[in-house]
Write a protein that binds this ligand. Structure first.
Ligand code: ZN
Length: 360
């Protein structure tokens, strides 16, 4: 997945740049999406030369020039894109289909709740406290947060299961928009999956990829045909379950892993994940890796007009799954999983990770 149009803004000083880079590093660990600093540019406005140099040194970026401004504000064809998944969705917990990121506005309100409740009016009743009329405007505004939180109080007690009092995390959980639990979160976020595969599987489950069918619907593309096979409309289901190319890749990987895949939809793929947690984990990673690499091929055929042979892609997927399993089993594993793990290990040693090119 290429994210070549990511823009991050910060105040023009060294401390803000460090904070921005630290936050991005947390994001990278979570999603597996990394920044190529050599290919990234920094843009400045009203920053002194010395400070500019310091920021460039810290970030490892080069300074960009400003045709960029036109790109940003012109509403050309390339700019009309819908985001893969909205920020609101990304801020939900992973169990509710989000990335578990914090909504900073809501977090800030919850933090103000702590400030007001535990520091400034400690010992007084939260419910009945009113800021004195001669208090400053900002204190009166800060105290308004209690109206948002008041439903969670009985008298001056924060109501939760254990009556252990207010914390910012509890306040945040109370104030945030809650959603339904999604059935697929365990499929996406588990220790077996490589983070970049998990991240793409997350986008897949939200069905927000810019497939040709969607781009056509939005009048961004003049055609909706599958870029790989040129036979069907490129919908999500076609791309991953009906496209002859995808079937060849998935079948090859399945053969190597000793798994037969029914092609109806992803949930039916899950049905083959029986047995121990480890077996289920490997099948989950198998699904996520296939989704990721098929989408990569689709993007490659759109951008470079090239496509790898299905066996090459299958070998790449097998290698990644194999490496992941080998890395994880360095941790203690259960007795019942030993034979499966040594089977994968032996298979990797004897047959290698390559699959042959004699397809049906
Ligand atoms: Zn196709």
């Amino acid at each position: 997945m290429s994210a070549d149009d990511l823009l991050l803004f910060s105040k023009g000083d060294a401390a803000s740049m460090m904070t921005l880079l630290r936050s991005f590093s947390t994001f990278s660990k979570r999603t597996g999406l990394n920044m190529s600093r050599g290919k990234s540019n920094a843009y400045f406005n009203g920053v002194q030369a010395g400070l500019k140099q310091e920021i460039l040194q810290i970030s490892g970026m080069v300074e960009g020039s400003l045709p960029f401004r036109n790109f940003l504000w012109d509403r050309g064809v390339d700019f009309i894109r819908s985001p893969l998944v909205s920020w609101e969705k990304a801020c939900k917990p992973t169990t509710e289909g989000g990335l578990g990121l914090k909504n900073e506005v809501v977090w800030n309100r919850a933090a103000i709740g702590k400030l007001v409740n535990h520091i400034y009016i400690k010992g007084q009743n939260w419910e009945t406290y009113n800021p004195p009329t001669n208090s400053s405007w900002y204190w009166r505004r800060i105290c308004r947060v209690k109206t948002l939180l008041s439903e969670a109080y009985e008298q001056d007690l924060w109501v939760d299961q254990h009556y252990k009092g207010y914390t910012i995390a509890k306040g945040y959980d109370f104030l945030r928009d809650k959603g339904q639990e999604v059935s697929w979160h365990g499929l996406v976020w588990n220790k077996w999956s490589v983070p970049k595969h998990s991240f793409f599987a997350w986008v897949y489950h939200h069905n927000n990829m810019n497939t040709m069918e969607k781009l056509y619907r939005l009048n961004i593309s003049e055609e909706d045909t599958c870029l790989i096979c040129r036979e069907g409309k490129e919908s999500r289901d076609h791309l991953f379950f009906s496209c002859p190319y995808s079937r060849r890749v998935v079948t090859k990987v399945g053969e190597w892993l000793g798994i037969q895949i029914p092609f109806y939809d992803l949930l039916s793929w899950r049905l083959v994940a029986t047995g121990s947690k480890l077996r289920k984990g490997v099948v989950n990673e198998f699904i996520n890796a296939c989704l990721y690499h098929l989408w990569q091929q689709r993007n490659q055929s759109r951008i470079d007009l090239t496509l790898n042979h299905p066996c090459t892609v299958a070998s790449r997927i097998i290698e990644e799954i194999h490496n992941r399993v080998m890395a994880i089993i360095k941790q203690p594993i259960k007795e019942k999983d030993r034979s499966f793990v040594s089977w994968i290990e032996r298979r990797g040693r004897s047959s290698g990770m390559n699959v042959d090119g004699n397809e049906d």
